[in-house]
Structures are given as structure tokens and as C-alpha cells.
Ligand binder design. Structure first.
Ligand SMILES: Cc1ncc(C[n+]2csc(CCOP(=O)(O)OP(=O)(O)O)c2C)c(N)n1
Ligand code: SF4
Length: 273
């Protein structure tokens, strides 16, 4: 790690933006720590980074971090980020979204950014619920769960976000929980160093809504749930579909090479002059 002043002073807008809005026991602050450590360990300086978010509890994250930041509209973070990357290709563009932001209203942008293989690192904070607006079902909410918007049980089946972006063409896909913090630091670092569309799905506890609705009434219980149910991808390969029910498969799920949008664009530019 570089010899820098303490990370809090170096990367947080401590004097301007705190106290933060997150509930006690929320996982988003742990992710913030992982992101800062991964950036600090990388070759990117503060001014190389453009951090973009939409709206939601997770969307608040760039508000607290002292990079070039943009807090955009719900579901549209990737569209702003794509524009920034096209205008400033030298910048490291990082997007942070909630599962609703990324896979519901922003789902179309997510799959097309992956298909396009634009060089953006996307962090999706999957707490399996709409946190900010009071616990409505999202595209990752389990079937049958009672939520604010499904008082008789959720009628829809959830997306597997990592598999969705893999199918759409992302070149790097990893999943971690916030409980496994060191592993999370590592996969974020790997995603930052990957050229092309990289995604880290972060399983994060929303204690206030998801915890309440699933009967996990404390941050400790939610952390225990992550600890007990995470299965490294290598081990998952030896398990049956039944054994993997309700498990969280973690680690690097996809790591492939493919030309990025910019590389193809530059190639055509040379060819046509
Ligand atoms: C266009 C638009 N539609 C709806 C909303 C209301 N809204 C704000 S945040 C949010 C969902 C938040 O859930 P998620 O994206 O999963 O993030 P979390 O709060 O759980 O981190 C919604 C529906 C909005 N702000 N803008
Ligand atoms: S509502 Fe949920 S996701 Fe939002 S800050 Fe509170 S615990 Fe975190």
C-alpha cells in the first residue's frame, strides 16, 4: 500500500458530508472501505477516477468520497458514465448502483453496457430490496418474500445479476459479500485493473428492510447469514443444484478477453482515416 495520509483523510469528504445517511449495520459503509482500499492499492490517483452513481442508499456512496463524482438519476448512472468514458477515455470510470437501480429501471443500460464492452467498472450493491424507498421488492428479491410492495408474498422470480451480465458480455464478473471484506477488496482491485466492462456484485445487508422482512433482526444475524451461506466458486463446481439452493457463490466468476468499445472504435478510425 502507498505511503499516504490515513485513508479517511485522504479519500473522504469528512468535513463536508458527514454524518452519513446509512442505517447502523448497513453494509454500504463496508463496501466504501473496500473500494477506497482497492483504489489506494491501485496505480490510479484521485484525479484519474470518475465515480458515478444513480439514486438509492448505494447511490449515496460517491457523495462521501473525494474523487471526481457524479450523482445522477435513478437507473441512469451507466448512461452518464458511458458519456464520460467517451469524452474522457483516459479516466477510470467506476459506477456504483443498487440492485433496483442496476437491474430494474437501469436493467436495459446494464445489459447493453456489458454487450458493448465499454471500459467501466460497475459495482452493484445487491441488498435484494429497494432500501431507500422503504423495502419494496426489487429484481433480486426472493420469490415469496413479503415486502412493502408484496404484502402477500412476492410473485416474481429473482435475477442472478452476475449471470445476467455474464450472458450480456461482461469480461470480468465477481461476487463477494461485505462479510468477506478482504476478498471484496481483492475482487474490486481485480475489476479496476481489467480492461473492458467489469462487474462486482456485492451482497450487502439492508438491516432495516430486508433484515426485518426475512426475520434477521440484527446486523450480526445478517453477517452470520452471509458467512454461513457463501460458497467459493471453486467449491460450488463440486456441488449439486439442490445443494446450491440459497447459497451465495463467491469469487471471480468470469475473466475473459475481448476488444473494448474504444479499441474497436480506434481501429475503425484508423481504417477509414
Ligand atoms: C425515475 C425514478 N423512479 C423512482 C425513483 C424512486 N427511487 C429512489 S431509490 C429507489 C430504489 C432504491 O433501491 P436500490 O436501487 O436497490 O438501492 P438501495 O436503496 O437498496 O441501495 C427508487 C425506486 C426515483 N428516484 N427516480
Ligand atoms: S435502508 Fe437499508 S440499504 Fe438503506 S441505509 Fe438503511 S440498511 Fe442500508
Amino acid at each position: 500500500m502507498k505511503h499516504t495520509p490515513h485513508l479517511i483523510h485522504r479519500y473522504l469528504r469528512s468535513s463536508k458530508r458527514f454524518p452519513h445517511v446509512w442505517c447502523p449495520g448497513c453494509g454500504i459503509g463496508i463496501l466504501l472501505g473496500s473500494l477506497v482500499r482497492a483504489i489506494d492499492a491501485s496505480d490510479y490517483g484521485k484525479n484519474d477516477i470518475m465515480l458515478v452513481s444513480g439514486i438509492g442508499c448505494s447511490g449515496r456512496l460517491p457523495v462521501y468520497l473525494d474523487f471526481n463524482t457524479l450523482h445522477t438519476t435513478h437507473g441512469r448512472a451507466l448512461t452518464f458514465a458511458t458519456g464520460i468514458k467517451l469524452a474522457k477515455p483516459h479516466m477510470k470510470v467506476i459506477v456504483v448502483m443498487g440492485d433496483g437501480d442496476a437491474a430494474s429501471i437501469g436493467g436495459n443500460h446494464l445489459i447493453h453496457a456489458a454487450r458493448r464492452n465499454i471500459d467501466i467498472t460497475t459495482i452493484i450493491v445487491n441488498n435484494q430490496i429497494y432500501g431507500m424507498t422503504g423495502g419494496q421488492a426489487s429484481p433480486t428479491t426472493p420469490f415469496g418474500l413479503t415486502t412493502s410492495s408484496s404484502p402477500y408474498g412476492h410473485l416474481e422470480h429473482p435475477f442472478d445479476i452476475s449471470r445476467l451480465v455474464e450472458a450480456a458480455g461482461a469480461v470480468f464478473v465477481a461476487r463477494s459479500t461485505v462479510y468477506h471484506t478482504r476478498a471484496l477488496d481483492k475482487v474490486i482491485g481485480q475489476a479496476l485493473n481489467k480492461k473492458g466492462f467489469s462487474v462486482v456484485e456485492v451482497i450487502s445487508p439492508c438491516v432495516t428492510h430486508y433484515g426485518k422482512m426475512t426475520g434477521m433482526n440484527s446486523p450480526v444475524e445478517m453477517m452470520q447469514w452471509q458467512k454461513d451461506n457463501a460458497v467459493p466458486v471453486e467449491k460450488a463446481g463440486e456441488m449439486s443444484t439442490e445443494e446450491l439452493q440459497n447459497k451465495i457463490v463467491t469469487g471471480v466468476l468470469v475473466d475473459i478477453e475481448k476488444p473494448t468499445f474504444h479499441e474497436e472504435h480506434a481501429r475503425i478510425g484508423k481504417e477509414v482515416g
